[in-house]
Design a binder for this molecule. Structure first.
Ligand code: HEC
Ligand code: HEC
Length: 296
């Protein structure tokens, strides 16, 4: 048995409960009147309405007695008297565990059915997607948004653009193992001028206005420092989680100042791993949900 109260507080609760029982019972019987004192009023009268001093109706009195007996019975059967567990041995923890087990059994069969199907098919099943959506809502929406459209630093999962890849297998891998992006900080290496030049080059990759001289200088930085991860044409590398820098989709914002800031301080986005917490069957469903969003 778990005890939640130390000896003193347990005793305190028991004493308070017992004293209350005795007081309530005494109050009921001590104030009981057996015979009607006809024509006697309490003396209170308002607008011709008098308050009479008659005994409680018998059924009413009996009801009080029944509640007292019921209360005593309850405290013998169930926890309530300090740390006394009750003779039935019921606990809310056991009841909760039972309910969880029942729910697990009920849903496991359904989740196992989907686990046996390929993600592409699960994604087409309306019921499975609804289950996936619920798992998403409980575990992912705080970062990626209720509609999965993402936010600054948290990628949009509802579009067809992927940092790590959008095939069912890769999405699943992302969710099971998590991801940790490693983009170094460039301030110390490039200096403030170099940052401005590299930023100009990134802008030019998106056909945006930038000083041509800076773009030219930035291109050299890019070829020296950036192609290893972002590729010679800046289209990124899913294996490293290095995003495409040419498509106008930005994880950390695409204004000149935001891009320069990304370069200055580096970026280390972290997607937590869910392999342990969710288990295979739930991950299968949530993967199908995410995959389905990108297929619409
Ligand atoms: C070691 C690999 C690596 C190198 C080298 C590298 N990057 Fe990155 N870069 C990344 C990764 C990984 C991310 C994604 C960071 C994240 O998701 O938190 C990133 C993110 C970015 C972003 C933010 C993109 C967005 O969507 O907001 C920009 C801009 C960027 N890099 C530009 C550059 C430039 C310019 C250079 C060269 C000076 C460079 N990177 C060098 C790996 C690299
Ligand atoms: C604590 C915040 C957080 C939570 C919770 C979270 N994610 Fe992420 N997730 C991220 C971040 C940050 C990234 C981007 C990592 C990076 O910068 O490379 C990411 C990346 C991803 C990607 C890769 C996207 C791409 O374009 O390749 C997928 C897929 C993904 N998350 C799915 C999920 C799912 C499904 C859940 C819930 C089971 C979830 N995430 C929960 C923060 C979170």
């Amino acid at each position: 048995m778990n005890t939640y109260l130390n000896g003193f507080w347990s005793g305190w609760v028991i004493v308070l409960t017992l004293v209350t029982f005795v007081l309530v019972t005494w109050l009921l019987f001590a104030n009981r009147k057996r015979t009607p004192i006809d024509a006697k009023t309490t003396g209170h009268e308002y607008d011709g309405i008098e308050e009479w001093d008659n005994p409680l109706p018998g059924w009413w009195f009996a009801m009080f007695v029944v509640t007292i007996i019921w209360g005593a019975g309850y405290l013998v059967a169930y926890p309530g008297m300090g740390n006394f567990p009750g003779v039935l041995g019921w606990t809310q923890l056991d009841q909760h565990a039972d309910e969880v087990t029942t729910a697990e059994e009920k849903y496991r069969a359904m989740r196992d059915k989907y686990l046996a199907l390929p993600i592409e098919e699960v994604a087409k099943d309306v019921k499975a997607r609804r289950m996936g959506m619920r798992i998403y809502g409980n575990n992912c929406s705080q970062c990626h948004g209720l509609d999965a459209a993402g936010a600054l630093g948290f990628p949009n999962l509802a579009d067809a653009d992927w940092i790590y890849g959008g095939s069912p297998d890769v999405i699943k891998q992302t969710i099971v193992h998590g991801r940790r992006a490693a983009m170094p900080a460039w301030e110390a290496i490039l200096g403030e001028d170099g940052i401005a030049e590299a930023t100009a080059y990134v802008l030019s990759l998106n056909s945006r206005d930038a000083d041509p001289a800076k773009v030219e200088a930035g291109k050299k930085h890019f070829q020296t420092y950036c192609v290893a991860c972002h590729g010679p044409d800046g289209k990124g590398n899913p294996a490293l989680g290095a995003p495409n820098l040419t498509n106008g989709i930005w994880l950390y914002g695409g204004s000149e100042a935001q891009i320069a800031h990304s370069l200055r301080i580096g970026r280390n986005g972290q997607m937590p791993a869910f392999g342990e917490t969710l288990g295979e069957d739930k991950i299968h469903l949530v993967t199908a949900y995410i995959y389905g969003l990108s297929q619409q």
